[in-house]
Ligand binder design. Structure first.
Ligand SMILES: C[S@@+](CC[C@H](N)C(=O)[O-])C[C@H]1O[C@@H](n2cnc3c(N)ncnc32)[C@H](O)[C@@H]1O
Length: 260
């Protein structure tokens, strides 16, 4: 299995499921994500009239469609993602958009100089990265003022791996009988980590001792918009007792607003 930064490289390289949903969102065939609208509201509150945004882990730039519709200010949007299939699709969709750029890049090594963006956003990405010090350092290096993460946070950290096999995930060749190796390690996996507030704060403070950090629970969603009974997606999101539940995981999503 090809890995980089201990993430399974092949998954996103071969998986067209996330890609196709993102393409439909970028083209307006599927509705805006609730989280993207929440980001737009937060960015609207920043006093600057013209703003440059870096979106880390952008897929095909579907947040940009929401920003086009909901941002009440001039802006430029730059998206990075490690996978060529995502960035190729993004460039094609947004080829006529003059304020929009895409580049292949990892959160662990952002391919831009320091302090080039007014705001860096990173939504639903850190949870999939096993070592978050490097990405946080890179994102804090890239922003002039503010970094907004959206990620699961709790009082304790949990290391969670979803183990993939060919029965449920057609883009892996590993059969269910082989999904764990001789040492009991999953062969193909995707992390769904939850980080403790204490750990996140300590990592951020070590990089930027003067950073101001705010944790805001993501309650900015409408049950009706998230929960689509006809949605055949494998890990579809349900709302149970006001919590977003992805397959069998309750993921306590927070916006973490970091001002430097
Ligand atoms: C669940 S999707 C989230 C997409 C979008 N940000 C959103 O919230 O809808 C995770 C994204 O993170 C990207 N990703 C995974 N590992 C990454 C890494 N190490 N650095 C940057 N992006 C990464 C994936 O390719 C994918 O586009």
């Amino acid at each position: 299995m090809k890995k980089k930064y201990n993430q399974c490289f092949d998954i996103s390289e071969r998986n067209k499921d996330y890609l196709n949903v993102s393409i439909k969102r970028s083209k307006g065939i599927l509705p805006d994500m609730e989280v993207a609208k929440a980001y737009a509201n937060m960015i609207n509150k920043i006093s600057k009239k013209k703003i440059s945004i870096l979106d880390v882990g952008c897929l095909t730039g579907h947040f940009n469609r929401t920003f086009n519709r909901f941002l009440k200010k001039e802006y430029t949007y730059t998206g990075i993602d490690p996978w060529k299939i995502h960035i190729d699709a993004a460039k094609k969709i947004w080829k006529d958009s003059s304020n929009t750029k895409f580049k292949i890049g990892w959160a662990q090594k952002i391919p831009f100089g320091k302090k080039l963006f007014d705001i860096v956003i990173c939504s639903n990405v850190l949870t999939h990265i096993p070592e978050i010090k490097k990405p946080l350092k890179e994102m804090l290096r890239s922003t002039k003022k503010i970094l907004i993460l959206r990620t699961p946070v709790h009082d304790k950290s949990y290391r969670i791996q979803m183990v993939l096999n060919s029965k449920w995930f057609k883009y892996t060749k590993v059969e269910p009988k082989d999904e764990f190796d001789e040492r009991g390690e999953p062969r193909v996996y995707e992390y769904y980590d939850v980080h403790s507030k204490d750990y996140l704060e300590s990592v951020i403070k070590k990089i930027q001792p003067k950073a101001k950090i705010k944790f805001i629970k993501d309650t900015f969603f409408s049950k009706k918009n998230i929960q689509n009974k006809n949605d055949k997606k494998l890990n579809k999101t349900m709302i149970i007792n006001g919590q977003q539940v992805s397959d069998l995981l309750i993921l306590p999503h927070y916006f973490v607003i970091i001002k430097i």
